[in-house]
Design a protein around this ligand. Structure first.
Ligand code: ADP
Ligand code: MG
Length: 269
């Protein structure tokens, strides 16, 4: 899976070109329901892309396609120069083997609306589990990294707590630390603060801001316009399976060009 071997007619995003995610004409249907109708999108390395749009517009489906949780019907997605799910050879696409798919998935962290922590494991065990199970690290190294990550998300004193003993905001910060433990090159956030009580939203956004400052490439589905404006390098507005408009967050928010963007922003602002 070397990025350099991937080539297409349409301009090749190879590793090192500064492009972390590139989607071209991505289509996805569930039965007769077409949910993604040709998504084009580019996220450069180190950038934060905020993905906005009404419920049902296909935002989650798009993130899931990047992370192999859904298979696209047409189009292409590259992450860091690697074509997701396929290898190109002799002008044809060949599906990747299970092992190769697993390797691609490992390099992409995902944080969901619901934290999905293992309730019977301590915070530390939750974070150490995947890297050790997947043979990425020895247990002692994984523990050290987990402790450092917990420190980073402000939970250095909660190593031995169980998820049930933590607030929603704390659990979500553990979920972020857990995703980071795999040392991903890309982080996907799907409405990470939507399930939280309002007073807990800020602490999670602060952790995300910190990550962004550190140069992590992120795609963030969110209704938090303040976050998009302050932290986002780009804003993509989706509706009904298409990208309606995109650009600099501050400009799009101040001057939306399309009626659908205006209507949506009027509701969430
Ligand atoms: P958003 O995240 O923007 O709210 P989703 O990507 O979750 O939108 O959903 C887009 C559309 O796809 C919705 O109509 C939803 O019902 C449908 N959908 C999502 N996942 C599935 C699935 N696994 N099977 C059938 N329909 C689905
Ligand atoms: Mg969604």
């Amino acid at each position: 899976m070397t990025g350099a071997t991937v080539s297409t007619q349409s301009g090749v995003p190879t590793a090192g070109s500064g492009v972390m995610v590139r989607a071209e004409q991505v289509h996805k249907s569930f039965g007769s329901l077409e949910v993604l109708k040709g998504i084009d999108l580019e996220v450069r390395s180190g950038e934060v892309c905020c993905l906005l749009g009404p419920s049902g517009s296909g935002k989650s489906t798009f993130l899931r396609c990047i992370n192999h949780l859904e298979k696209i019907n047409a189009g292409r997605i590259w992450v860091d120069g690697d074509l997701i799910g396929y290898r190109e050879h002799g002008g044809k696409l060949h599906e990747l083997r299970e092992k190769e798919v697993a390797a691609q998935r490992r390099s992409i962290g995902m944080v969901f609306q619901r934290f999905n922590l293992f309730p019977h494991m301590t915070v530390l065990q939750n974070i150490v589990e995947a890297p050790v199970l997947l043979g990425r690290e020895k247990k002692s190294a994984a523990r050290d990294r987990a402790a450092a990550l917990l420190e980073r998300v402000g939970l250095g004193d909660k190593l031995r707590s169980y998820p049930g003993q933590l607030s929603g905001g704390q659990q979500q910060r553990v979920a972020i630390a857990r995703a980071l433990a795999m040392q991903p090159k890309l982080m996907l956030f799907d409405e990470p603060t939507s399930a939280l009580d309002p007073e807990l939203v800020g602490e999670v956004l602060d952790v995300m801001k910190d990550l962004a400052r550190d140069g992590m490439t992120m795609i963030v589905v969110t209704h938090e316009i303040g976050f998009a404006r302050e932290v986002g390098d780009s804003l993509v507005f989706m509706d009904d399976g298409v990208v309606v408009e995109s650009g600099n967050p501050r400009e799009v928010i101040a001057n939306p060009r399309h009626e659908r963007t205006k209507a949506f922003l009027a509701k969430v602002l």
